[in-house]
Design a protein around this ligand. Structure first.
Ligand SMILES: *Cc1c(COP(=O)(O)O)cnc(C)c1O
Length: 383
């Protein structure tokens, strides 16, 4: 089976892990954690970074740090991985769900703007209130789908106007740029990455929260380390145990050394699928919005029909093809959340076919994947 997306551990991973064991620094303090934070900050163009145990825990800590709390609403595109919504729920808040655009698979900015204009008001305390539910709106959480930054310029303008913080779910977007601007400099207060096993760069598991405001990033660090003040079991708020371990960071550092090559390979794989498959009858390419240079975490094609049959046919040929995110308004925990129209999300999600795109995928393997898809299309046309 040609796998969908597996880690590529061809660098210094084993050597750095060995160093951890020999030095006994295996837990959440250690030189690799510090180095990993520096590497992530540098690669994303951020001034400050905090490594976390996962992308999800990083999102939770980031949302808590910008003040999201019980009974708040956070504006979120419905087309995302459930971790973004879960992080909101873990704050005791609820997502307010938005559509994405066909051109970018990221949040629909005109819809966001219209909802802010027509469905919100300020209460006497100066909070922005969602008029239909009476809930306070606490933040915007754009998602950088597949490693494509959302259209951040207008989002940042809206956020400033309505005085809302932005936490960006950039889980798979390390290496991407927006109009040549590095990913951490797009105006989000905090930007969150994931280093889960299926991401382009992995730490086995892990995350990172980056930002430009030292006090805010310090607050994230404080929250992720049980909110300890001083050495003597003294804690000032309800904190979390969300730190990355030195073992994870050892793998993460070895992977970060290869970031550039990995992203280049991901882009080449995506381009080739688009060139060879997007012109099949009824198919279309994954989007490439002109405002960004995507990190191309996953690649594939938009298939004309629901993808269950082709996925089964490809699996029988030894090709691991998968569907992509099932949107939040169709997930049991979030189906009653406030939401706007979902035209694009509803018509899109069942047509997304992701194809093998590991960085170590060979050209021959990709040729085999492409041939299997073409064969299926030809056979379907004949039937
Ligand atoms: C992978 C991913 C996450 C979750 O990251 P974990 O490290 O697995 O917790 C969150 N959001 C998006 C968009 C992701 O792709």
């Amino acid at each position: 089976m040609i796998p969908l997306a597996i880690p590529n551990l061809s660098g210094n991973e084993a050597r750095y892990l060995q160093e951890c064991v020999e030095s006994t620094f295996v837990s959440s303090v250690g030189p690799f954690v510090d180095r990993f934070e520096q590497m992530v900050a540098e690669a994303s163009g951020a001034k400050f970074a905090v490594a976390t145990s996962a992308g999800t825990t990083g999102l939770h800590a980031a949302l808590a740090a910008v003040g999201v709390g019980r009974d708040d609403l956070v504006m979120l595109p419905a087309f995302t991985f459930i971790a973004s919504a879960n992080a909101i729920a873990q704050c005791g808040a609820e997502p307010w769900l938005f559509d994405c655009t066909a051109e970018s698979w990221t949040i629909n900015v005109p819809q966001l703007q219209q909802a802010l204009e027509t469905k919100t008001h300020r209460n006497q305390a100066g909070d922005l209130i969602h008029t239909p539910t009476g809930k306070r709106i606490a933040a915007i959480l754009p998602v950088y789908t597949l490693g494509m930054p959302a259209d951040m310029q207008p989002i940042v303008t809206l956020a400033k106007h309505y005085r809302l913080p932005i936490v960006a779910d950039a889980a798979a977007a390390l290496g991407a740029t927006y109009h040549t601007t590095p990913i951490a400099q797009l105006g989000a207060d905090l930007t969150v990455f994931s280093f889960n096993g299926n991401k382009t760069v992995t730490a086995g598991g892990g995350g990172a929260v980056v930002g430009q405001d030292e006090a805010l990033v310090k607050r994230v660090r404080h929250l992720t380390t049980t909110a300890r003040v001083g050495a003597d079991y003294d804690h000032d708020v309800v904190g979390f145990n969300y730190r990355m371990t030195n073992l994870q960071a050892a793998v993460g550092c070895a992977q970060m050394e290869q970031l550039e090559g990995f992203v280049a390979r991901k882009r080449a794989i995506a381009t080739r699928y688009t060139q060879e498959l997007a012109s099949l009858p009824g198919c279309s390419p994954f989007p490439t919005p002109d405002w960004c240079d995507s990190a191309c975490w996953f690649s594939g094609v938009i298939w004309p029909t629901e993808t269950k049959e082709i996925r089964e046919a490809l699996r029988a040929e030894g090709v691991d093809a998968r569907p992509f995110w099932k949107p939040m308004h169709l997930q049991k925990p979030y189906r009653d959340c406030p939401r706007e129209g979902m035209d694009v999300t509803d018509s899109l999600w069942q047509h997304v076919l992701t194809l093998p795109c590991s960085t170590a995928l060979t050209d021959t393997e990709q040729s085999n994947v492409i041939q299997a898809v073409k064969d299926y299309a030809a056979q379907e046309k004949a039937a």
